[in-house]
Design a binder for this molecule. Structure first.
Ligand code: ZN
Length: 394
């Protein structure tokens, strides 16, 4: 009897190792596809067609030359036709995706949590693509960030209950708080960078003015007030058929007053004022981003030239990326993720300065790193932090 039980345990164990291995192999293949996306999406090319070829001589990559990592080693990092060097980046991205897939499958095994891991695998692959595109171009494409938010929201319908992953409600709050915090950093930061001149970007019918007014309303009376204020100002824009401007410096001066008012618990609780400002700002920022994404896809107007963009402290792509992290983490672990991102970002920034680099480093990869650390260790980190404060059992 004991022997049968042992065999059974061993069988399950072997199956678990096998499924992690299979998912890691799948990760390597997806990593190979990620290389295509990273190269083609910023260039505005199709990701399906044509098949990959050597950028130097145009040699069509044969299937056996396209085996993740192995082909690169076998070809000794050279094109089989013209001997042009193939960057170390390609196998590295395949390896990173394989390892990430393996770790996710190990943390949320199929045998225990069913298909819980699937949305996480999809989002992980998208995060790898976003990080590399951000490093290359300082941009985070809407065609990756916004669908990733949707995968995270839909994922909550698939997660098993004991998986430690957020419910639908927690995911929505997490996403809104993530977008809201980074949007506020973006708005206040870019206001300072622009020397307090009003933005000229994306104004009608929904744009930065509505994001600002959502922050103000949310701080004063909670998130419903913030959404109400943004909706009212959008309605004014629609009725007027042109953007009715709300001077940004005034709105943010009033925002500080509103935070003070709510800290006395007048129209909402102090916590309601702070969470309200983040949640309302985040929701309006994401709704606005979705509107502009769909509008740009639908219109044939050329996109505005990047050189005309206003200087910003942190791009709006980071707002959408923070929402992706929020929907898979929930708000508590998201705060841990942001804390880790800023910490790693500060260390990374100082290190690159010391190394003599003056290149602008995007924040996206740091957000992704902080988010993944929080996904695996966030719960432990929060328990440890609360333990330090003397709060236990939270
Ligand atoms: Zn070649």
């Amino acid at each position: 009897m004991r022997k049968i039980a042992f065999c059974l345990i061993q069988g399950v164990y072997t199956l678990a190792v096998f499924s992690i291995f299979v998912i890691a192999i799948l990760g390597a293949l997806i990593g190979s596809f990620a290389n295509v996306v990273i190269y083609r999406v910023p260039a505005g090319k199709s990701i399906v067609f044509p098949a990959s070829s050597c950028p130097k001589c145009g040699h069509k990559i044969k299937p056996w030359e396209n085996i993740p990592v192995i082909s690169w080693l076998f070809l000794r990092a050279k094109c089989s036709n013209c001997k042009a060097p193939i960057s170390f980046r390609y196998p590295l991205i395949e390896l990173v995706t394989a390892i990430g897939f393996g770790l996710l499958a190990w943390r949320w095994p199929l045998e225990v949590y069913g298909f819980t891991v699937i949305p996480l695998l999809i989002i992980f692959a998208m995060l790898v693509m976003m990080s590399m595109i951000d490093l290359d171009t300082l941009l985070l494409p809407d065609s990756l960030t916004l669908p990733a938010i949707m995968v995270g929201v839909l994922g909550t319908f698939i997660y098993r209950q004991n998986s430690g992953l957020p419910s639908l409600n927690q995911a929505l709050v997490g996403g809104a708080v993530g977008a809201g915090i980074i949007a506020l950093v973006n708005r206040v930061g870019s206001l300072v960078v622009r020397r307090f001149a009003d933005t000229k970007e994306r104004l009608w019918p929904i744009g930065m003015d509505q994001v600002n007014v959502a922050a103000l309303g949310g701080a004063l009376g909670g998130w419903t007030w913030g959404l109400g204020a943004a909706a009212a100002s959008m309605l004014v824009n629609l009725v007027a058929r042109k953007p009715i401007r709300l001077p940004e410096l005034t709105v943010y001066a009033l925002w500080v007053v509103a935070l003070v008012v709510s800290s006395f618990g007048i129209l909402t609780t102090p916590v309601g004022g702070i969470s309200g400002t983040f949640i309302a700002t985040g929701i309006v920022a994401i709704v606005g981003a979705l509107f502009w994404w769909v509008r740009d896809l639908a219109s044939n107007e050329p996109l505005p030239d990047d050189s005309e963009d206003e200087p910003v402290a942190m791009g709006f792509g980071d707002v959408k990326l923070a929402a992706v992290l929020g929907v898979i983490l929930g708000w508590q672990q998201l705060l841990a993720a942001l804390f880790l991102s800023f910490l790693i970002g500060a260390v990374g920034g100082i290190a690159s300065r010391l190394a003599g680099g003056d290149r602008l480093i995007p924040f996206g990869p740091y957000l992704v790193l902080g988010g993944l650390l929080a996904l695996f260790f966030g719960q432990d980190l929060i328990s440890w932090y609360l333990g330090m404060l003397g709060i236990s059992g939270a």
